[in-house]
Design a protein around this ligand. Structure first.
Ligand code: ZN
Length: 327
């Protein structure tokens, strides 16, 4: 069975605060690991949560502010010490290469594997920047005070599943299975028409994850993230600091929820919290008033996209005397 999970490693903006660290997340898709942003302390988080970071499959960096990249040189250097040999693709703003080259040179850190650098500026938003057989990654334009892109991880369209039992009952010859599986209707030698839908199950809807940090409130983001399974949208401030959010090109929790609602996403995850909030409840409450399917991103926490997708939209009221059962 395929897995599509997100593990959050850092949720703090600007500086570490309380038990929170700067931005970093890991997407696991079918046992391949993709790192998004790499704030200071990310290596320690990998150790804490038992993720073997030397085997990361690719790294995606949204922008060059320190709280999103300062963990990167150290982590890449450690990977070399840990004897990584496979090439490592990095997708990031172009200037990151200069920063890394200079850091490695002056700190005498020798990277013995190949860093395959891809400048995000070379890709149009929405253009595929990375893909595997079953997953595609595209970049999303964000509205920040420095050049910044979000990322959309989307499963490629799934095939219909074949129903062997139905095919057998209809006495469909085996050599026709392949055409039907691909969705073609066929006519058998005896003149019977067999529609693909008779012998296949509808495909599961593809899962998708959108990472949108950092950005100020911008409704132009909505079409890029329409109906994603899970949206991570920064929520640096509460609405009382809306002016400060606009000035610093950040969002409030209410604004994140408004974007989630307009895009009709399945589930919203808040993060990138200002150090002024020890208790994050006000951010959650503010978002929930606008969009009910919302959680706070917290260090170490897993989010299973399949489980979130399957979650019912509306609460079904439980009749009196009836027991709630897990479905
Ligand atoms: Zn930033």
């Amino acid at each position: 069975l395929g897995t599509f999970t997100l593990q959050v490693l850092g949720t703090s903006s600007a500086t570490p605060a309380f038990s929170r660290l700067p931005s970093a997340q890991v997407v696991n898709y079918n046992d391949r690991y993709y790192l998004i942003d790499c704030g200071e302390g990310t290596q320690m988080q990998f150790l804490r949560y038992g993720i073997r970071y030397a085997r990361l499959d690719a790294i995606f960096i949204s922008h060059l502010h320190g709280d999103h990249i300062l963990g990167l040189p150290g982590m890449l250097a450690s990977m070399s010490i840990l004897e990584r040999t496979e090439p490592l693709p990095i997708f990031a703003p172009r200037a990151l290469k200069e920063l890394l080259d200079t850091t490695f040179k002056l700190s005498e850190s020798y990277i013995r594997y190949e860093l395959v650098f891809h400048a995000l500026e070379d890709f149009e938003p929405g253009q595929v920047i990375f893909e595997t057989e079953k997953l595609q990654v595209t970049s999303i334009p964000l509205d920040h005070r420095t050049w910044c892109r979000g990322f959309l991880f989307r499963e490629v369209h799934k095939r219909r599943k074949f129903n062997f039992h139905a095919a057998k009952q209809l006495e469909v010859p085996r050599e026709c299975f392949h055409l039907l599986k691909l969705g073609n209707d066929i006519t058998l030698a005896d003149g019977r028409e067999i529609k693909a839908e008779y012998v296949t199950y509808p495909p599961e809807s593809p899962l998708s994850y959108a990472y949108c940090s950092d950005t100020r409130y911008n409704e132009e983001l909505v079409p890029w993230i329409k109906e994603v399974s899970l949206l991570y949208h920064e929520a640096t401030f509460t609405e009382g600091f809306a002016k400060r959010a606009a000035e610093t090109y950040h969002s409030t929790a209410r604004q994140a929820a408004t974007v989630a609602q307009m895009a009709d996403v399945r589930h919203l995850l808040l993060g990138h919290y200002s150090a002024r909030y020890r208790d994050l409840t006000p951010l959650l409450d503010e978002a929930r008033a606008v969009f009910p399917h919302v959680d706070l991103a917290l260090e170490g926490r897993f989010y299973d996209l399949k489980a979130l997708q399957g979650e019912p939209r509306e609460e079904t009221p439980i009749e009196e005397g009836e027991e709630a059962t897990d479905v």
